[in-house]
Ligand binder design. Sequence first.
Ligand SMILES: C[S@@+](CC[C@H](N)C(=O)[O-])C[C@H]1O[C@@H](n2cnc3c(N)ncnc32)[C@H](O)[C@@H]1O
Length: 253
Amino acid sequence: MTKAHSQRWEAERYIENAAFVPALGLPLIALLAPEKGERILDLGCGDGVLAATIAASGAQVTAVDGSPEMVAAARSRGLDARVMDGESLTFKEEFDAVFSNAALHWMPDADAVLLGVRRALRPGGRFVAEMGGHGNIASILVALAAVLSRRGIEASSLSPFYFPSADAYRARLERAGFAVSEITLFPRPTILPGSIEAWLDTFAEPFLGVLPAAQRLCARAEVADLLRPVLVDEKGTWIADYVRLRFRAVRDG
Ligand SMILES: C[S@@+](CC[C@H](N)C(=O)[O-])C[C@H]1O[C@@H](n2cnc3c(N)ncnc32)[C@H](O)[C@@H]1O
């Protein structure tokens, strides 16, 4: 059996290869509509770009992330940021809203996440989030599976991702005690700032990281070769097949 390899989050690499993630998450702040003095939790805050934007509205922001390095980067922006696993949140009725961008799909125990989010909110508090949804990065996952299968490795057992459909996630939210005011699954073709190789280095470690170091570059090149005909446009730009699930839900009672 192949040993699972987890994703390492490095703040410098994130700024270089993934600044588009918080940039494209900005419209979610409009859906959150933070108000001055509100207490807001940013779950999976990364390096804190969006948490800082929410704080600039006058809300009191607490930011949590599982990566000590990302939390250090968020703290360097002057944020109250803490290392905490999103699947075991410890807050009790402390927040008017919980916000999350591009993080929930990295937390496969979705029910544990929702239990913690519900408990963290005051009654009537809102949960506003965007995550990868059903079909997200489908071509990239297929290419990774093909390249790993050439080496006798089953990629589906390595995937850290949870990309739910709108119906499945709505049902999960309702079971967890939320009333869903909106939930939408939408394609969001995403222009990458560089090559697919940089994207794979930043986000695909659970897959390519299982290979011996000497094989990784070759495997990464094979993934890029498979993807080039479908993800590169006529100008030579890599455009990834992102699909997002965006929702707003309110804690019942
Ligand atoms: C793609 S980044 C998004 C960061 C930020 N929200 C943004 O929009 O830039 C995903 C973040 O989720 C965090 N994360 C992944 N699994 C987590 C978990 N179980 N608990 C808390 N944070 C987690 C990672 O450390 C990473 O910072």
